[in-house]
Design a protein around this ligand. Sequence first.
Ligand code: NI
Length: 261
Amino acid sequence: MENKNSFYIFDSHAHYDDEAFDEDREKVIDEIINQGVIGVLNCGSSLEGTLKSAELANKYEMFYAAIGIHPEFADMVDENVVNKLKELSKNKKVRAIGEIGLDYYYEENPPREIQKKAFRIQMELAKELELPVVIHDRDAHKDTLDIIKEFPEVKGVVHCFSGSVEFARECIKQGYYIGFTGVVTFKNSKKIVEVAKDIPLDRILVETDCPYMAPSPFRGKRNQSDYIKHIINKIAEIKGISPEEVSRKTIENIKHLLKVK
Ligand code: NI
């Protein structure tokens, strides 16, 4: 592989279990390893995705799994599902509960009260298992922060962050990291650039959210973890520091959160 990155990458949020990778999953994973990706947190969305996340983490040394039910499927969260998550959490490669949270963007998502209930149940589970959380928040900043505050013992990341500088500061105050996707590289992005400028490097994580959210110049294409180099370069540019420093610190941050050596 040419164009090998001069720095390493840890993808703090990916979905390699997604059907978008069914055709060539192994090939893509080999490719990202060759391109300097040294870690991936694969996040479950459904119970099926969670099982596949754990399988990927068993198969690849550099993969870790987050297990949880996305707000899109909040109506499926019941005692039975929680017990399955508990059982799965015994796997040493399971390092987080996620992705969980609130998504008020899509009309067809379960009602808000059901989403909040599922979110609280899984925050409670994270507290009990002493695992960090990966939070999905879309158009639900206030309710997300309110529930985060109900669980002061729980720490984690607000992934694919889309809020304001003020909201980022509030999340950081609660001990959370802020997850940056390819959105920060888009020409028309202002808000997230402001956030990157404002918050300290020791609170920043980088992520693909692949197969979605590919950074510029791959916008609209299927995303993969080595593309994070464009996110790292952009954050370095915004902060006026070297990409190597952004790489080093974001790896340290995610390893600290997941308790990876
Ligand atoms: Ni995601």
